[in-house]
Write a protein that binds this ligand. Structure first.
Ligand code: PLP
Length: 441
């Protein structure tokens, strides 16, 4: 048994990471293209963006791509594109970045939160049907932290109840669900392309769909400068001013990066995927921790592994708290931290804030009197307990087995020596009859 670094032993991660984690990777071709746009003074406008849209749509094999200045805007456009409006409901997991759902409030709609699956961390298809009402218009399938949602049952439920599916692919560019690219399965998809994401081109977002009406409605909503391209009579009749009162066009320096990134990304993604899978393969069978990735041979993949996490099962480690576990991994030179996005349904904005001054909380302001969709604490048990069940892992951009082995060894060492951490762990959970109890005596 080796002494943990947290308790005075020596660290297992000893190599310097260098550019192992550097992202995005800026090539000379990207610099050249950005400079060209800059020198031409074409930062506004849409010519570069349209070239990027074509390349992105071609990569995904989709008919229409519409560049936006953020992923939030792309999702807003997708919601309006579907015709979601006053008094409508969308179903969304509570564990996600807020932009998956909050834009619906400004359309006069509201959100019903569904629970997540404890292993995929994505919306639990089994919880969707109980969230459906006469007012439900769409389900938001967020491919969370790279993991594809279980799309087959989601699509089946949606078709049965005649509701739309919006995919939020902001964490999962290039990921596959049973061999099919995520973002091509639902009715419309929104992607963040901001610099922290796996497909990173600046502050930017993009919407993909095969539905001409969704595409044109999104143009009507936030892209008045492209209204001359509208073909649907009801939309053309209102052309010239953005229906949403929003200006959502993409910054062309981002579009320029995007044109090159579409070429670079598949190869970069493959290297990330190889590195991350290698890391998890090394940890197969280690107690207390599980990979957050699809089963091998399922045809599903993690894309660029944005915000990669692991699943924590403290009951296998004598009740060791996740915060103490992560602290010990960090002491070994690793980079674990506990938890993920906070549950949205418990936030004051979702419960009491009256954003638009109508005299009722915005969450229920446009629902029929007497109808309240706000979830009571306890309604979403997996969601509410998830902060103790997940931890972050390093996001390797390069396949360097030597150093990846050191990072994996940090997690393994802590998990295998958990007993030595229990005495100083004031948040440990009592596990009856476990090794943990005896170790604490
Ligand atoms: C980042 C993100 C967004 C919003 O994208 P921005 O480009 O930051 O506006 C939407 N959904 C999810 C799940 C995200 O992580």
């Amino acid at each position: 048994m080796s002494t943990l670094a947290l308790l005075g032993g020596s660290k297992v991660v000893t190599s310097e990471p260098g550019d192992l984690f550097k992202w995005p990777i800026i090539t000379a071709a990207i610099e050249k293209r950005v400079l060209e746009v800059l020198r031409r003074g074409a930062m506004s406008g849409t010519d570069v963006t349209q070239e990027f849209e074509k390349a992105y749509a071609r990569w995904y094999g989709m008919k229409y791509a519409l560049g936006h200045n953020t992923g939030t805007a792309a999702l807003h456009g997708a919601m309006f594109g579907l015709g979601i409006g006053h008094g409508d409901e969308i179903i969304c997991p509570s564990i996600t970045y807020w932009a998956s759902c909050l834009p619906v409030l400004s359309l006069g709609g509201t959100i019903v939160f569904a629970d997540i699956d404890p292993d995929t961390l994505c919306i639990d298809p089994k919880d969707i049907e109980r969230c459906i009402t006469r007012r439900t218009k769409a389900v938001i399938a967020v491919h969370y932290c790279g993991m594809p949602c279980d799309m087959n049952p989601i699509m089946k439920i949606a078709r049965k109840h005649k509701i739309a599916v919006i995919e939020d692919v902001s964490h999962a560019h290039g990921s596959l669900y049973k061999g099919t690219l995520t973002g091509t399965i639902g009715d419309v998809a929104g992607f963040s392309l901001m610099s922290g994401k796996s497909f990173a081109i600046g502050e930017a977002g993009i919407m993909l769909t095969n539905d001409r009406r969704i595409y044109e409605r999104a143009i009507a909503f936030g892209h008045y400068e492209r209204h001359s391209t509208l073909t649907l009579p009801d939309l053309k009749a209102g052309a010239g001013l953005p229906w949403g009162g929003y200006k959502y066009r993409m910054h062309q320096l981002s579009s320029a990066v995007g044109i090159e990134q579409v070429k670079n990304y598949p190869k970069q993604m493959a290297e990330i995927d190889k590195s991350m899978n290698y890391f998890w393969d090394l940890l197969e069978g280690v107690p207390g921790i599980r990979a957050h990735r699809p089963r091998k041979g399922s045809g599903s993949t993690m894309g660029g592994w944005y915000a990669a996490h692991g699943l924590y099962r403290g009951e296998e480690l004598g009740g060791l708290s996740i915060s103490r576990f992560c602290e010990a991994v960090r002491a070994e030179g690793g980079s674990a931290s506990a938890g993920c996005n906070s549950a949205l349904h418990l936030h004051p904005l979702m419960n009491c804030v009256d954003v638009y001054s109508v005299g009722r909380p915005t969450r229920i302001a446009n629902l029929p009197r007497g109808i309240d969709v706000r979830e009571k604490r306890g309604r979403l048990p997996v969601t509410e307990g998830i902060q103790e069940r997940v931890f972050s892992i390093p996001w390797f951009k390069k396949y360097r087995p030597g150093i990846i082995r050191q990072y994996a060894a940090a997690y393994r060492k802590v998990a295998e020596n958990y007993r030595s951490l229990l005495p100083g762990d004031n948040k440990a959970k009592t596990v009856s009859g476990s090794a943990g109890l005896s170790a604490r005596r």
